[in-house]
Write a protein that binds this ligand. Structure first.
Ligand SMILES: [Zn+2]
Length: 110
């Protein structure tokens, strides 16, 4: 019954910068939380968008095409983009658990 949740093959996601589709392992997730703030992390609630991990090129591409606003269904300010850029680059440096001990759901095991 719950076979979909235990399948070794992860569902594919599309990077909003380069439109590459790949498993969630090579991508970082951004989301617009219900309270309106932006967050980085695959367990964050809210509408999400995916970008290649640590890729500045993908980030810049997404900014140019306004892909963030489209994917998140809301405007993303320049200040938020600057913050996101910092977060994405630091995510690329350390791909393991962050300082908050965030768990990567659905990854690992098999
Ligand atoms: Zn990409």
């Amino acid at each position: 019954m719950a076979e979909a949740a235990t399948r070794p093959r992860a569902p594919e996601r599309t990077c909003i910068g380069c439109r590459r589709t790949t498993g969630p392992a090579g991508l970082v997730r951004l989301s617009r939380r219900p309270d309106g703030s932006l967050a980085v992390g695959r367990s964050e609630p809210g509408r999400g968008a995916w970008l290649c991990t640590g890729s500045v090129a993908c980030f810049e591409n997404a900014v140019r095409r306004r892909a963030f606003s489209r994917a998140l269904r809301s405007e993303v300010s320049g200040q938020e983009l600057a913050w996101l850029r910092e977060r994405l680059l630091s995510e690329g440096v350390s791909t393991s658990d962050g300082p908050m001990g965030r768990k990567l759901e659905g990854v690992g095991g098999a």
